[in-house]
Design a protein around this ligand. Structure first.
Ligand code: TXA
Ligand code: MG
Length: 361
């Protein structure tokens, strides 16, 4: 179905008056069934009132999102879990107490009367309380749960700035609230609690180690989520993980191995692609960038430095913006450095693997 273009209002939030207007208008638009993009600490979300079926349907339309991929419900307070979920285990409240507001999403048993589209037809529902003050204020003002996927077109890298939302959804949604750069830069961790033992469905802003330390038990990662990249036909517990994701337009090659092997392979690939006259983009750490900076290697190559290898959170925070910048600059092929999967490295590598056309070992 073709969607008619609408006027997308852009709300700044950098003065107290602007902030007040953004929140009031954002809540009003959501209440009336509109779609409003808002900042969270992870990435920008595309919000709709969870009890407005029309608005929920519109989310899937404007994003081009497959109908079997469920949305996360954003709440203002842990007690609101019972608005959308039932049979909530004690563990959910314990995790909420420790990690909310924050980048952790819990999958619970859905209340039967909840709209089934919201959950992609599943009998479960995902919930979280975001840690961004603007998101929290908006939720409190609306006084209702807000369903919000990442505010990108399906398949594109998630938006970490209001401008990214505009690129993908300008003219299709009612409003964008501009809250600057997202701090975490990757989506929330999705943890299933309706299963016999907790299952990590998507690594994200809260690390596996943090969850294991807190729960004092090992957390399973479904194999299909751990190693796959690109599209698959299996049916993972979390439907979103089976789709190719987070990908820039140009084919991305991900390099694994020791820093020395990666350096050697990346240099070789740059040389080959340059000989074919292709515009090469590289996504890497400042450590690798340093070794590439000789003119003979880097001339005509666009190098996007994410940060230092020593700080995976820094690499994670800048990854999606780097992918979008390479697209903008017309990179025809992208070479990306792989990292250790410890801590935030697990989520970072998950997104890189999903974006990758091929993994080079
Ligand atoms: O950080 C985030 O989580 C951001 C911000 C806006 O909150 N949101 C986000 O939403 O990343 P989205 O829709 O792009 O990703 C939601 C993920 C998908 O992989 C989806 O399959 C999974 O969560 N999910 C949602 N509900 C689920 C459910 N009931 N069972 C299993 N997985 C679910
Ligand atoms: Mg998404």
């Amino acid at each position: 179905m073709r969607l008619s273009r609408i006027q997308t209002r852009w709300y700044r939030t950098d003065t107290p008056e602007a902030l007040e207007e953004a929140l009031t208008e954002g809540a009003r638009l959501l209440y009336n069934g509109g779609l409003v993009a808002f900042p969270t600490e992870t990435v920008y979300g595309l919000g709709a009132h969870s009890f407005r079926p029309q608005a929920i349907r519109k989310i899937f339309q404007v994003k081009g999102r497959p109908p079997d991929n469920p949305l996360i419900v954003h709440l203002a307070h842990p007690r609101d879990m019972c608005l959308v979920a039932e049979d909530i285990p004690t563990e959910a409240y314990q995790l909420a107490e420790n990690f909310w507001p924050g980048p952790l999403t819990l999958v619970l048993k859905k209340r039967k009367e909840m709209l089934s589209q919201l959950s992609g037809g599943l009998s479960t529902v995902a919930v979280r309380i975001p840690a961004h003050p603007l998101a929290l204020e908006l939720l409190k003002k609306l006084n209702a749960p807000v369903s919000a996927p990442s505010a990108n077109l399906s398949g594109n890298p998630s938006p970490t700035r209001a401008e990214h939302v505009w690129e993908d959804l300008g003219g299709k949604i009612e409003a964008i609230l501009d809250g600057g750069d997202a701090q975490v830069g990757l989506e929330s961790t999705v943890l299933a609690l309706h299963t016999r033992a907790p299952v990590l469905l998507r690594p994200g802003g809260i690390t596996r180690e943090e969850l294991e330390d807190y729960l004092r038990k090992k957390i399973t990662i479904p194999e299909s989520n751990e190693h796959e990249h690109g599209e698959t036909s299996s049916t993972p517990l979390s439907p979103g993980m089976k789709y190719r994701h987070y990908a820039p337009r140009a084919p991305l090659y991900l390099f694994l191995g020791t820093p020395h092997q990666i350096e050697k392979n990346v240099k070789e690939y740059i040389k080959n692609y340059r000989e074919q006259n292709l515009k090469v983009g590289v996504i890497c750490s400042e450590e690798l960038a340093h070794t590439l900076s000789q003119k003979s290697i880097s001339s005509g190559t666009i190098i996007e430095v994410l940060g230092s290898r020593r700080f995976p959170s820094q690499l994670a925070a800048t990854l999606f913006a780097a992918m979008r910048r390479l697209d903008e600059q017309g990179a025809e092929v992208i070479l990306a450095e792989g990292y250790s999967e410890k801590g935030m490295g697990l989520a970072l590598m998950n997104r890189l693997k999903k974006a990758a056309k091929e993994i080079i070992k």
